[in-house]
Every structure is written in structure tokens, then in C-alpha cells.
Design a protein around this ligand. Structure first.
Ligand SMILES: NC(=O)c1ccc[n+]([C@@H]2O[C@H](COP(=O)([O-])OP(=O)(O)OC[C@H]3O[C@@H](n4cnc5c(N)ncnc54)[C@H](OP(=O)(O)O)[C@@H]3O)[C@@H](O)[C@H]2O)c1
Length: 331
């Protein structure tokens, strides 16, 4: 049946300004790294995307290599976009990336102009789009001159194939260097996409300051540590969970579950309940408490996880005592 979006879709979502730009993003955005590949259910993917949009999630994040197989998440998205979302293109912020290995030979990886230009052209075809809203360089390239990589991002904007550009997993100093080159070219860096969660706080060691001081937005990925920051692994590895599915391409594996991690999860769960939240909600709220964060980038395997996770917005403030408690649990 033809998709008819919820008329109230903008009522309950919060939109936060991305750094000093003109763009606002929903406080919760949806990533398609897992559960949208050729091996996954198209029907489930469609349900997730429809529910997300119906809930005010206007930003969908992809990358050339999402699947599996690589490229298939963009194809799934393109298929559903054509059926359901084409009429709403101007209400959507769609991002993609290149920077990890995508095809054989010397031109399908890292940060050369040759790779990035070809990759974006492929992504646009797979997604049935004329342009993406944000194109990211997916990881720093130690060998390609920064001027070449950043110059290519600037070119994409000038060609109208991307409206804004971003970088992912660049360190604080790499971000400063990239930002300076981009500024000179006249295409500001809109946003940074780093890994950030209660279990991985590296961005607090300088990156968040660089972003905040320079008006660059921040959209953390894997905010639930790929599902570890929920109560799902407390009693073992449930059927159907990401760990049980051995999806490869950086997906969490059994060795991430340690006694120490589970002990912390149990204590964090108790604290979340005392705040009237489940652990997933508290882990997301905890990231959003910082005004330098534009949006938190969630992944989901089921529509119910969208509904559950966006309830994090109901309580994003933490008392001093709660923050101290979290730090002591994690220490
Ligand atoms: N830039 C980069 O290098 C990079 C790298 C990784 C990811 N990303 C982006 O970030 C997005 C999110 O990453 P992620 O998928 O690792 O995020 P995540 O939110 O840390 O983990 C998602 C997983 O957590 C579980 N989950 C989510 N909501 C839940 C809930 N309410 N209750 C219980 N379990 C819940 C689900 O696990 P089950 O599948 O087990 O149900 C889901 O698949 C990706 O889709 C991608 O767009 C970017």
C-alpha cells in the first residue's frame, strides 16, 4: 500500500543546529550500517524507515560499504526511497561516505580524488538520488595529501553532488588540519562523525573542544556500543542479536562481552531505572546532554527499537550526582 507519512511527524522530535551552520538535524538520526543489506529483510527495513520518518527522524546515514554485501544498504535505501520517500526528498537529510575498502585495486580505498569521486557517483546511482545532503570522508588517510582529499570534498559541493561535507573518525589534530584546508577552499566542514558512547569516551580528550570551538557539528556513531549498552547481553547472547549474527565488517563479536562489561551494564541499568529510563535511553540521553552534540546516530534491527530509543528525548538532563555515579561505575 502507498506510504502516507504521519501528519504529526514533526510534533515530538527536537531539531538541533549543526554547529554554526544553517542546517538542523533531528536529535536522533538513523544509520543503515547493519540490517539493511541484501541479506536482511526488505520488509523490516521498510518498516523501520517509515516509522523513523513518522517519528520526525529526517536524517538517514549511509556509506558506500554498508550491507552486506558492500553497496547493498544503499541499494535497499534507494529502492525504498523510490517507493516511499521520493515525494519527501526535501524533508530528508541523506548522507553517505567513502574511505574504507570498497572495490579491488588501488582506487577503491582511502582518500584519493579518484576513489572519492567514483564512489559518490556509484552511491548516487544505488540510492536513486541526484545529490546527497552530506558526504563524509570516512576515515583519515595517512598517505594521500590532505589537500587532495579535502579538495575533492570541496569539488563535490561545487558540482552540486553534495550540499555539505563532513569527516569521520579524524582525531582532534587531524580535524584541525582538515578544517583549515576546507576553510581556505571556502567549503566549511559541517560535521564530524566519531565513535562515542559510555564505553568509549575518546572524543572527550580534545575532539569535542575542537568541534565546539569551531562551530562544527557532531553526530556520534555506535552510541549503544553496538547493543552492549542495553540489557540484551546480560544473560548471554540472544538469538537474532548482532553478536549472534556474525555480520563482519566491524560488527561486534563475542569477545566484546566480558564479566567487567556486564557488571557495569547491570549497574548502569539500575541507574537508568532510577531516572525512569531503560539503559538504551539513558546511554543516548547521556550523549545528548552535551550541547556540542548535534544528533545521536542510532542503529536498529527492529522498528520497536526506534520507538524505544527516541524516548531518550524525554529526559536529557543529568544531576551532578548521576554523572558522578556514572563515572564511578565506569572507572
Ligand atoms: N562513521 C563510521 O565509521 C561509522 C561506524 C559505525 C557506525 N556508523 C553509523 O552509526 C550508525 C549506528 O551505529 P550502530 O548500529 O553501531 O549503533 P548502536 O546504536 O550502538 O547499536 C545498534 C544496535 O543496538 C541495538 N539496539 C538499538 N536500539 C536498541 C534498543 N532501544 N533496545 C535494545 N537494543 C537496541 C540493536 O542490536 P541488535 O541488532 O542486536 O538488536 C542495534 O542493531 C550506523 O548505522 C552507521 O550509520 C558510522
Amino acid at each position: 500500500m502507498a506510504y502516507q507519512p504521519n501528519n504529526n511527524r514533526y510534533k515530538n522530535m527536537t531539531y538541533r543546529r549543526c554547529g554554526k551552520s544553517g542546517l538542523k538535524l533531528p536529535a536522533v538520526s538513523l544509520g543503515l550500517w547493519h540490517n539493511f543489506g541484501e541479506i536482511d529483510s526488505l520488509d523490516n527495513a521498510r518498516k523501520i524507515l517509515r516509522l523513523a520518518f513518522d517519528s520526525g527522524i529526517t536524517h538517514f546515514d549511509l556509506a558506500n560499504n554498508y550491507g552486506p554485501p558492500a553497496g547493498s544498504a544503499e541499494e535497499t535505501f534507494g529502492h525504498i526511497f523510490k517507493d516511499d520517500f521520493k515525494a519527501y526528498r526535501d524533508e530528508l537529510i541523506i548522507s553517505t561516505k567513502a574511505g574504507w575498502g570498497m572495490w579491488e585495486g588501488p582506487y577503491g580505498d582511502w582518500g584519493s580524488k579518484k576513489y572519492l569521486v567514483s564512489s559518490l557517483d556509484q552511491s548516487l546511482k544505488r540510492m536513486n538520488l541526484d545529490y546527497v545532503d552530506i558526504f563524509y570522508h570516512h576515515r583519515p588517510d595517512p598517505e594521500t595529501p590532505l589537500e587532495e582529499t579535502m579538495g575533492t570534498l570541496d569539488l563535490m559541493v561545487r558540482q552540486g553532488k553534495a550540499l555539505y561535507i563532513g569527516i569521520s573518525s579524524y582525531s582532534a589534530s587531524e580535524t584541525e588540519a582538515a578544517m583549515a584546508v576546507l576553510k581556505q577552499l571556502g567549503t566549511p566542514c559541517l560535521i564530524h562523525q566519531p565513535k562515542y558512547s559510555l564505553f568509549d569516551r575518546w572524543v572527550e580528550g580534545g575532539l569535542l573542544d575542537v568541534l565546539g570551538n569551531n562551530g562544527i557539528g557532531c553526530i556520534p556513531f555506535s552510541p549503544l556500543a553496538q547493543g552492549l549498552l542495553t540489557n540484551k547481553y546480560v544473560k548471554g547472547i540472544p538469538e537474532g542479536s548482532r553478536i549472534s549474527r556474525h555480520r563482519g565488517n566491524g560488527a561486534i563479536e563475542e569477545d566484546a562481552i566480558t564479566e567487567d562489561k556486564i557488571a557495569k551494564v547491570i549497574k548502569l541499568n539500575e541507574l537508568a531505572h532510577s531516572r525512569g529510563q531503560d539503559l538504551a535511553q539513558m546511554a543516548l540521553s547521556w550523549i545528548l546532554k552535551d550541547p556540542r552534540i548535534t544528533s545521536v546516530l542510532i542503529g536498529v534491527s527492529k522498528p520497536e527499537q526506534v520507538s524505544d530509543s527516541i524516548k531518550c528525548l524525554e529526559n536529557i538532563s543529568f544531576s551532578h550526582e548521576e554523572l558522578e555515579k556514572i563515572n564511578s561505575i565506569l572507572s
